[in-house]
Design a protein around this ligand. Structure first.
Ligand code: NAP
Length: 302
């Protein structure tokens, strides 16, 4: 399982005088490694790692994300099984599907594409995923493990953010990190992973008073809001490191990129920053899961 400790660092970091954190390049290197591990596992066991993707409804963005994940799986030698359910699927039906996949020995990892429809109890659905197949890091058990710094699958986008920070050798201990957004799959676990690495973490959200004042103190900013260019360049502390997880229509992030880039030391572009890292983590954790379930490869570790 994925470690959030700085094990894969300097050698991975592309140098970029402009201060861009090149998530696309780092993700490619990670996926090359994952593909080699998948091939070796398939050779040794006769079984390829398999990720089941579950999609409810036909939201165009979700359809695209799932297709993208399946394409990357194919390139990395990971089988994928697509489960497409109608928009009218009930919580009970979705839970039954996920339980079935959890019990299927041919499936090693399960991804439920978020968001599901508002009529579905998303938490109940996530909890139907067996923890050992929770390669997207969405179950309460994975969340608790992240919080306690114990072995487990990390939530892929926050995990990708930590990998980027490590690849660019960003010091975290004692630094002030401001995470804007507190969703269960992104902001909240991102803050927990930063806390586990001894950053001093502040969460900001829709009820935060004077967001600018918090941002202006931040050595590290994680933007996870879902509003185009919501974070203004003038609020970025000179020399800060900015990670923009936002992905809004038109390839626009949650940060005013030009304004923030003028002040930041390092910043992720959108696209090509956090997004590709999310998929790279998903593939890596799928191979971790397959190795553990097939009794091959490295033992599960934090
Ligand atoms: P979400 O569930 O809608 O959460 C948004 C968060 O932003 C909430 O915690 C909300 O606060 C906060 N917020 C809203 N208005 C705010 C304001 N005025 N000031 C401060 N905080 C405010 O979204 P999400 O799923 O975390 O996604 C966030 C963004 O990341 C989206 O652009 C999404 O597309 C992107 N994303 C990217 C990836 C990737 O792979 N790159 C993966 C997942 C998501 P409250 O909690 O108070 O409502």
């Amino acid at each position: 399982m994925t470690s959030t400790s700085p094990t894969r660092t300097a050698a991975d970091a592309p140098t970029d005088a402009a201060g861009l954190m090149d998530g696309a390049a780092l993700a490619r290197r990670m996926t090359d490694r994952t593909a080699r591990r998948a091939a070796e596992l398939t050779r040794r066991t006769g079984t390829a790692p398999c990720l089941a993707t579950v999609l409810v409804g036909e939201d165009p963005a979700s359809v695209t994300y799932v297709r993208m994940k399946q394409n990357r799986c194919a390139k990395a030698g990971i089988d994928s099984r697509k489960v497409a359910l109608p928009a009218a699927t009930t919580t009970g039906e979705l839970v039954a599907t996920l339980r079935g996949l959890s019990e299927d020995p041919a499936v090693h990892g399960i991804l439920l594409q978020h968001p599901v429809g508002p009529h579905i109890d998303e938490r109940a659905a996530f909890e139907a995923i067996a923890p050992e197949k929770d390669v997207d890091g969405v179950t309460m058990r994975s969340f608790a493990a992240m919080g306690f710094g114990l072995p487990g699958f990390v939530s892929c986008t926050p995990g990708g953010i930590l990998r980027l920070l490590d690849a660019y050798e960003v010091e975290l201990a004692g630094r002030r990190a401001v995470v804007v957004g507190r969703s269960p799959i992104l902001g909240r676990p991102a803050g927990m992973l930063l806390l586990a690495r001894d950053a001093t973490v502040t969460y900001c959200h829709s009820r935060t008073v004077d967001l600018s004042a918090h941002l202006r103190e931040a050595d590290i900013v994680v933007a996870a809001v879902g509003r185009p260019e919501f974070i203004r360049g003038e609020d970025i502390k000179p020399g800060a490191v900015v990670l923009d997880a936002g992905y809004n229509p038109g390839n626009v992030g949650d940060v005013d990129f030009a304004g923030a880039r003028a002040r930041a030391r390092l910043i992720t572009p959108v696209p090509g920053g956090v997004g590709p890292m999310t998929i790279a983590l998903l593939l890596e954790q799928t191979v971790d899961a397959a190795e553990a379930q097939l009794g091959a490869g490295a033992p599960v570790s934090g």
